[in-house]
Design a protein around this ligand. Structure first.
Ligand SMILES: *Cc1c(COP(=O)(O)O)cnc(C)c1O
Length: 228
């Protein structure tokens, strides 16, 4: 637990350095990925100033949200979404980064309570085109974005991807660059997207160099995940 605040400091420094090196001046949001971490560990990060948290599994997230009701946390859902989970996700999260098909977006919009602000969503792209990974393909992304942008209770914010892991920085950068180009292409079509969610513990420096506006970092903040 004692390591969480120093780890956050280190990451903030690394973010600043990466931004300086690449001449980026926009804000990079740090989303702390807290799957398989206890509510107490999330609270320790919160007390250290972290307010944006990402969760992958609905049931686990709902239990921890109960414990953390007194904290002013912005919750991001970042895991695969089954249709029967959309109602609870629409109710209990501020962002959903892992939307990859129209049906899920339609359900989230229909189930988002109208007394809440619109649900912020990112489209998840399968940038490495791996058969096993979730995410929409590049070919379908423009059509999907155009359909989702007009859903009433959603706000389409941008793109998210989890490229195939690589230790090689040039490979990492190449994938992130492709994602940024897709993002720019969508904006050139009139979509005012402001969020490019890419980069995790092992590659967030490369992601920032290629223009990430939001990075999702788990292990580098909390250490290894506890087995569930
Ligand atoms: C687990 C996870 C992360 C964080 O991964 P780390 O390597 O622990 O930083 C980021 N994004 C998604 C979608 C994840 O599932």
């Amino acid at each position: 637990m004692d390591s969480i605040a120093p780890a956050l400091n280190t990451i903030h420094q690394q973010i600043r350095t990466a931004q300086t090196h690449s001449g980026q001046s926009h804000t990079v949001t740090l989303c702390a990925v807290s799957k398989a971490q206890s509510a107490d560990r999330i609270r320790a990060a919160y007390v250290a100033g972290q307010t944006v948290f990402g969760e992958n599994y609905l049931q686990e997230a709902l239990l921890k949200q109960q414990d953390l009701q007194d904290c002013n946390i912005e919750w991001h859902f970042i895991g695969p979404i089954q249709s029967n989970k959309t109602q609870a996700i629409a109710l209990h999260f501020d962002w959903v980064q892992s939307v990859d098909r129209l049906k899920i977006a339609q359900r989230l919009s229909a189930q988002r309570p109208t007394d809440k602000t619109p649900l912020n969503v990112c489209l998840q792209i399968n940038i490495s085109e791996e058969a096993s990974k979730s995410g929409a393909s590049r070919q379908e992304i423009l059509t999907l974005a155009m359909q989702i942008k007009d859903l009433p209770n959603l706000k389409l914010r941008g793109l998210m991807a989890i490229p195939a892991p690589s230790q090689d920085e040039s490979v990492q950068r190449d994938q992130f660059r492709q994602l940024r180009q897709l993002f720019e292409l969508l904006n050139a079509q009139g979509l005012a997207l402001d969020t490019l969610s890419m980069g995790m513990s092992g590659d967030f420096v490369a992601a920032i160099a290629e223009g990430a506006t939001l990075i999702r970092v788990g292990t580098a903040i909390f250490g290894n995940r506890q087995p569930s």
